[in-house]
Design a protein around this ligand. Structure first.
Ligand code: WQD
Length: 344
């Protein structure tokens, strides 16, 4: 059974590709490589021992997406494609509304067309890559799926709008089966060290920045704020290993294909770790020091954000297993084997 992965050459998409192969699906990557690197394809072929089905193009090209759907007849689609840098979204809101919301509209229209004319006989089945950022600044933690949603930046706003679009599409056509996955903080890398997170430019996120300091690419980490109402004063987040996250996508697809009910679930560990705890764990995993200095709080940051992961376990039979130490060890293996990421 084929599964189409829009943005499938990216960080989460490539790890999900591996997990789908291991679950005997036949994943097809649709990607422009705007936010990813072509070298991923060969890495995936090495990991899986099989050729990678790749459709190079833009999810915004609706007629082309329709042709891809007609050609491959996937039983499901996972929509990863989009931009995800919070800071960039504040500076370039239209890029985010166009690429993220426009891209989702294009995909949904293409899927509607091919299912309406019977070209793809199965029920339209979609897993959507959403984010805990739709919870804004939560009133408390842990966060359950019924918490109020809000947005504090155009990136988070785009995810929230797409969630609402999916609700409207399902209301208009109950045949649609939709799994919305709200990621907390994806980190780590495949244990092979062949694929991992490869942010362009200066990393926005903590783990890749820490890894680049440990490997000597950057001199020092700035810890954004040590006066939060948390145990050690630094920000607390729910870091989830990307391999666990990928398994969550497989479980979501299997639930949709086997049971058919739509759902929205958190994909997190249910545990929070502070910035200082991440630094300590990374130093232990890498054996390298991670020099840091305290800096002012970053605009838009919240003190604590971690999941109540019970609903995903109940509905999907899925839970995260990998520890922060394993997240750091796997990140370190990727970073030290690929100091320049996919750029040789
Ligand atoms: C984690 C903690 C920072 C960098 C964002 C998006 C979210 C998702 C994950 C896409 C915070 C601190 C960070 C640094 C630091 N992205 N930090 N120094 O902000 O929780 O979530 O990325 O889906 O949607 O909102 O992740 O890794 O940026 O920050 O001290 O150089 O590390 O203050 O407490 P965040 P993050």
């Amino acid at each position: 059974m084929k599964i189409l992965l829009t943005g499938g050459a990216g960080y989460i998409g490539s790890h999900t590709f591996v997990a789908l192969r291991q679950a005997s699906f036949e994943p097809v990557i649709l990607d422009t490589f705007a936010n990813s690197h072509p070298a991923v394809v060969q890495r995936l072929e090495t990991i899986t021992g099989q050729p990678v089905l790749l459709e190079r193009g833009d999810v915004l090209d609706t007629p082309w997406v329709e042709s891809v759907l007609r050609q491959h007849q996937p039983v499901g689609v996972v929509h990863f494609a989009g931009d995800k840098a919070v800071g960039e979204s504040v500076a370039q809101p239209l890029k985010y509304f166009h690429n993220n919301i426009g891209g989702a509209v294009s995909l949904l229209r293409a899927m509607t067309a091919v299912h309406a004319d019977g070209t793809v006989p199965t029920a339209p089945t979609l897993v959507f890559s959403s984010s805990a950022t739709v919870y804004g600044d939560p009133a408390s933690v842990p966060i359950t799926e019924d918490f109020p949603r809000s947005h504090t930046n155009p990136y988070g706003h785009s995810k929230l709008v797409i969630e609402d679009m999916l609700t409207a599409v399902r209301a208009a056509n109950p045949a649609w089966r939709v799994g919305t996955l709200r990621y907390f903080n994806p980190v780590g890398a495949h244990p092979s060290g062949l694929i991992g997170e490869d942010p362009a430019g200066i990393p926005n996120n903590l783990m890749p920045f820490v890894a680049q300091v440990a490997v000597g690419q950057r001199p020092c980490l700035s810890v954004y704020g040590n006066d939060y109402p948390t145990p050690d004063g630094t920000g607390v987040r729910d870091y989830i290993h990307v391999v666990d996250l990928a398994a969550g996508h497989v479980a979501a697809l299997q639930a949709l294909l086997n049971r058919g009910e739509s759902f929205t679930v958190n994909l997190g560990t249910g545990r929070g770790n502070s910035v200082l705890e991440v630094i300590k764990a990374f130093e232990a995993a890498s054996g390298c020091p991670v020099p840091y200095q305290f800096a002012p709080r970053r605009a838009g940051d919240v003190a604590q954000c971690y999941a109540d992961a019970a609903l995903a376990k109940e509905l999907l039979g899925w839970q995260a297993h990998l520890t922060l130490d394993q997240m750091c060890a796997d990140t370190w293996r990727w970073q030290s084997n690929n100091p320049m990421g996919y750029r040789m």
